[in-house]
Design a protein around this ligand. Structure first.
Ligand SMILES: NC(=O)c1ccc[n+]([C@@H]2O[C@H](COP(=O)([O-])OP(=O)(O)OC[C@H]3O[C@@H](n4cnc5c(N)ncnc54)[C@H](O)[C@@H]3O)[C@@H](O)[C@H]2O)c1
Length: 377
């Protein structure tokens, strides 16, 4: 169930509201059999024994913790709706990514009910990655379930274990206390982002020393202790979750007075840095312009322009910076772009996805990540 009627509508067609390879096939098999979609939230809550809450937890844009802490309003609203709609005891599973100790706040709301109902909260963080969600669901590295060590907590945990045990080997279903489970999700994303940050820092050294970060990555990734995954240099790290979850971790550390730990994890924002340097930033993206608008809504007047057409975005600019890996950007007519730009024209390939030699031959000064630049001066 979802409060968004359009999404619920779309789930019942072949144009699902999100794209994941293999998702449509799974939905088609189960739809109408044991998978139903509804906006009748109260009825669905009342019928459920176990409620998986996976509402959005975006970075807060207002008030205390704005720009760092997650906005828990949807989460809190859900807890209140569960209290109102329930007529029996329930297990409530935290699937959204939440700050450590959120279950405590959730329990406070749920167990404030005056109907004599008992709610047991479990933390079951979601580790899937966008793009491989179905594979990750079917073959997870592990399933983590955090619960209280009380008899009710353990009983609720066992119910959830039984569900996963239908397809996940028992030894891969890991249990822990509830706070460790909540923190493990943020810590996992922080560690993955840290690997990318580490190779990014080495890429800066490569650029100065004529070493090639792609070669370095291959060499160190073959070390079994290190492994190859999450080692590709780029500008920062992509996706929505890493940024949001690391900011959340930073905010938690700051809240506990652990400023040094917070500084260690803090991330860098490219567009903001450029705006601070008084650049005019033209943002282009085939899908994410609405999000970019929301992220940069407080930028000074006239400093950020949003343009869907990459050719119009490039026109009259001094430099192109590639910060996402859309295939579209591999096959643009860079000759036409070069002709429409101010000279000297620069390309900063923050994802190493372009043909650097070809761009250099067109006349661009090319700055890849972790490789020596190709310049005309
Ligand atoms: N997307 C991922 O790959 C991924 C991976 C791991 C964890 N997560 C976490 O899962 C959570 C959800 O992420 P998402 O990408 O699915 O977000 P999303 O924004 O795509 O979906 C959240 C949905 O919750 C609905 N919703 C909001 N309030 C509601 C309410 N009170 N009752 C019913 N529905 C409500 C929204 O309408 C929306 O459709 C986040 O905490 C995210 O960090 C996401």
């Amino acid at each position: 169930m979802d409060v968004n009627g359009e999404r619920i509508q779309a789930w019942q067609t072949d144009s699902l509201p999100i794209y994941e390879p293999g998702l449509l096939e799974v939905v088609k098999q189960a739809r109408g059999r044991n998978l139903f979609f509804s906006t009748d939230i109260a009825a669905a809550i009342d019928r459920a024994e176990v409620i998986f809450v996976s509402v959005n937890t975006p970075t807060k844009t207002f008030g205390e913790g704005a720009g760092k802490a997650p906005d828990l309003q949807y989460w809190e609203k859900t807890a209140r709706t569960i209290v109102e709609a329930s007529r029996g005891n329930k297990i409530v599973v935290e699937k959204s990514t939440l700050p450590v100790r959120t279950a405590h706040a959730m329990e406070r709301i749920l167990n404030s009910n005056r109907k004599g109902l008992r709610f047991e909260v479990l933390s079951n963080p979601e580790f899937l990655s966008e793009g491989t969600a179905i594979r990750d669901l079917e073959h997870p590295d592990r399933v983590l379930i955090g619960s209280h060590e009380t008899p009710d907590g353990v009983a609720a945990r066992d119910v959830l274990i039984e569900i996963y045990a239908h397809w996940v080997p028992r030894e891969q279903i890991v249990t822990s206390d509830i706070w460790s489970a909540e923190l493990s999700k943020l810590a996992s994303n922080a560690f993955l982002a840290q690997r990318i940050s580490s190779i990014n820092s080495i890429s800066a050294l490569c650029e100065r020393t004529a070493a090639d970060v792609v070669e370095v990555t291959r060499a160190i990734g073959l070390d079994g202790r290190i492994g190859k995954r999450f080692l590709e240099a780029s500008v920062g790290f992509g996706g929505s979750c890493f940024k949001k979850d690391i900011l959340s971790l930073v905010y938690i550390c700051e809240s506990y007075g652990l400023d040094e730990v917070a500084r260690y994890w803090a991330a860098l924002l490219v567009a903001r840095k450029l705006i601070e340097e008084r650049a005019v930033v033209v943002v282009t993206d085939p899908k994410a312009l609405a999000n970019a608008r929301a992220d940069l809504r407080d930028a000074p007047e006239g400093r950020v322009v949003f343009e869907k057409d990459p050719y119009l975005a490039a026109r009259g600019s001094h430099a192109l910076a590639v910060l996402t890996e859309w295939d579209l950007y591999r096959s643009l007519d860079y000759r036409a772009m070069f002709d429409s730009m101010e000279k000297p024209a620069f390309v900063f390939d923050g994802r190493n996805i372009l043909d650097h030699e070809a761009l250099h031959a067109i006349g661009f000064n090319v700055f890849p990540i972790g490789k020596p630049p190709l310049k005309h001066f």
